[in-house]
Design a protein around this ligand. Structure first.
Ligand code: TRH
Length: 388
């Protein structure tokens, strides 16, 4: 019989929580043949990244996963053998009580946010007993090194990307109303939170000697773009030109199509967690905007990833990458954006080579779904032996 897994996801804001939970659920069902049920409290957010989702359905099947609307009060449900609460979301009390009544109780895992900080490896896999119930929750930390939970990635991603790069790009651009890029053109995707550094970056692109095309999926950055263009608003499908810069507003895409955008562009501005990882797997240069946190905790995260990411990248190129990332995250105004951008441009070829090499090295951390399955199966086995 297939092992049953329940994944619980609350959408805090944006699309990262559901984006990661969905990617994981698809991988566990499709690649590991597990019986996966995904509980989501906001099916409208889910539908944005996966339009096949019916936002009104209590229960539906998609990609081999059973998707359940997580409503309050929570309907009685028999707990699965493995229970994941994504990003520390609080499980329904009735479900927790049902977990505690099972013998052996389910393996309960809290899937944490990704960070490149060194403390992650020390905390990965640690148990935490429930204060009242006979249950133990384990902390599972994704990460960039083999001693962490690894990174979300499909087994066939590199193959699909290579096939797309070989022959899929012309059709991709045509479907978005764009011609193939000119030889000296730079294509950039821009997925970002509101950012004070944006106008200066757009100015730098508009002043380029070569064409820059910026593809912007609908989202939080649109009002700032409209202000820079001095237009009242922007809709998907619109194109605006200022100097060398052409700005195209795109419809928000499903997760798989967004991957293709990352594969097709020369440079990707990404944010949060999931798009950042996907941009790294795209083997293209990226500029990351970390999800803003209280007390600027995201600056530590940015520096930690930068430190890892720039390993093996020589002096000026490493400086150019750090300069862009740090300036984009508001960590420094020692150099202005025009200077950071010029430095990045002058090092572009080295940064591109590095992005390819980095993508090759990423696999060393291991695949998150594989590691999660191993972790849960080991716990399940030890429970069977201690609860005959
Ligand atoms: O949307 P985000 O800002 O999510 C954030 C982060 O995950 C952050 O760590 C978390 O704490 C916070 O939410 C609550 O960025 P992220 O993580 O990149 O997620 C975006 C998802 O949206 C990702 O799965 C890719 C997907 N996406 C599409 O499917 N289509 C699109 O057109 C775009 C632009 C993104």
């Amino acid at each position: 019989m297939r092992t049953r897994w329940d994944i619980f996801c609350t959408v805090v804001d944006n699309y990262g929580d559901i984006g990661i939970a969905w990617r994981l659920a698809r991988g566990l069902a499709g690649e590991h043949g597990l019986d996966v049920r995904l509980w989501v409290d906001d099916l409208h957010a889910f539908q944005r990244i996966w339009p096949a989702i019916d936002a009104g359905a209590d229960e539906q099947r998609s990609e081999g996963v059973t998707v359940r609307a997580w409503r309050t009060p929570f309907a009685a449900a028999e707990p699965a053998q493995v229970v994941i609460d994504a990003f520390g979301c609080t499980l329904p009390e009735t479900y927790l009580a049902a977990m505690a009544e099972q013998s052996p109780p389910p393996v309960w895992i809290n899937l944490e946010y990704l960070s490149a900080e060194p403390w992650v490896a020390e905390h990965h896999g640690l148990p935490s007993p429930h204060p009242r119930l006979p249950l133990t929750r384990y902390f599972f930390f994704p990460g960039y090194t083999p001693d962490t939970g690894g990174l979300l990635v499909e087994a066939d991603l590199a193959e699909r990307r290579a096939a797309f790069v070989r022959s899929g790009m012309p059709a991709f651009w045509r479907a978005r109303g764009l011609e193939a890029p000119q030889a000296d053109e730079l294509r950039v995707s821009l997925f970002a939170y509101e950012n004070p550094a944006l106008p200066a970056l757009l100015d730098a692109w508009a002043a380029e000697p070569r064409p820059v095309t910026c593809l912007v999926p609908e989202g939080r950055i649109i009002p700032q773009l409209a202000a820079w263009l001095s237009v009242a608003g922007l809709q998907a499908g619109e194109m605006h030109q200022r100097g060398a810069l052409r700005l195209h507003i795109l419809l928000f895409m499903d997760q798989d199509t967004y991957d293709q955008l990352l594969w097709a562009c020369n440079l990707n501005f990404v944010r949060g967690e999931d798009s950042c990882v996907r941009a790294q797997w795209a083997a293209r240069p990226l500029v990351w905007q970390a999800y803003p946190q209280a007390d600027a905790a995201h600056w530590d995260k940015t520096d930690a990833l930068l430190q890892h990411y720039t390993e093996g990248l020589e002096g000026e190129a490493a400086h150019a990458v750090s300069g862009m990332w740090r300036h984009w995250n508001g960590m420094t105004d020692a150099e202005n954006m025009a200077v950071c951008w010029a430095a990045w441009r002058s090092q572009q070829a080295a940064i591109e080579r590095h992005a390819e090499a980095w993508c090759g090295r990423l696999g060393l951390a291991g695949r998150l779904a594989d590691k999660l399955v191993d972790f849960a199966e080991n716990k399940l086995k030890s429970r069977v032996f201690s609860n005959p």
